[in-house]
Ligand binder design. Structure first.
Ligand code: DGI
Ligand code: FE
Ligand code: FE
Ligand code: FE
Length: 185
């Protein structure tokens, strides 16, 4: 299995400096949350280190992946391309460096939107990405407070904030975000 530093070294050239620094903070946060809520710490660390790998991949390349990889949901193409990097990154990493742990793949794939029946590992990576210390959007402090005691309540609040934010801007909301939300209510 890949080490933390091997994973970080792999993604570094694919990211901007600020995104790489975000990745390190997410990785540290994911380890903390995994220890707190009983997820596999190594898997959380690896999934977090790799989660934004595809963030800057060209849109046409990501589009091709969605069209050609049968496991990728085709409806992604009907939603904002900002949502593509999680699912596409997960399968690119599987192909490129042989990440084949389905729990790690899942956590990377759903880190932006969430999904129905999220595992503890999925939630840890999703939440770490939302609350890492570099984030300062409205409401994040309340999610951080909840993350000290309840993984589910913290994820629920994060999902709620995101959905409300998108709705207020009259942007589309990917159905998995609602599925994740409904699941936690
Ligand atoms: O890649 P990061 O910037 O670290 O964070 P991310 O992967 O969580 O991306 C979050 C962005 O995605 C955020 O600006 C909101 C946007 N977004 C667009 N449509 C949706 C969405 N987020 C969710 N959860 N659901 C959507 O439908
Ligand atoms: Fe992301
Ligand atoms: Fe996120
Ligand atoms: Fe991220």
């Amino acid at each position: 299995q890949l080490t933390r530093n091997e994973a970080l070294d792999y993604v570094r050239p694919a990211l901007k400096k600020s995104r790489y620094e975000h990745t390190i903070r997410v990785t540290d946060e994911a380890v903390t949350l995994a220890e707190r809520f009983g997820a596999d710490v190594k898997k959380a660390e690896l999934a977090a280190a790799l989660h934004d790998y595809a963030k800057y991949k060209p849109l046409d390349e990501m589009k091709r992946w969605i069209e050609q990889e049968r496991r990728l949901p085709k409806d992604l193409l009907d939603y904002h391309h900002e949502l593509w990097h999680g699912p596409v990154g997960a399968y690119m990493l599987e192909k490129e460096i042989g990440i084949e742990d389905s729990e790690i793949i899942s956590a990377i794939a759903c880190h932006t939107t969430g999904k129905k029946h999220m595992s503890v590992l999925d939630k840890v990576v999703f939440l770490a990405d939302y609350i890492e210390p570099g984030r300062d959007f409205p409401g994040v402090e309340e999610v951080r407070d909840k993350s000290l005691t309840s993984l589910d309540q913290a994820c629920l609040l994060a999902l709620k904030n995101t959905a409300v934010f998108l709705i207020n801007k009259e942007r589309t909301v990917y159905p998995d975000t609602f599925h994740a939300y409904n699941d936690l209510i």
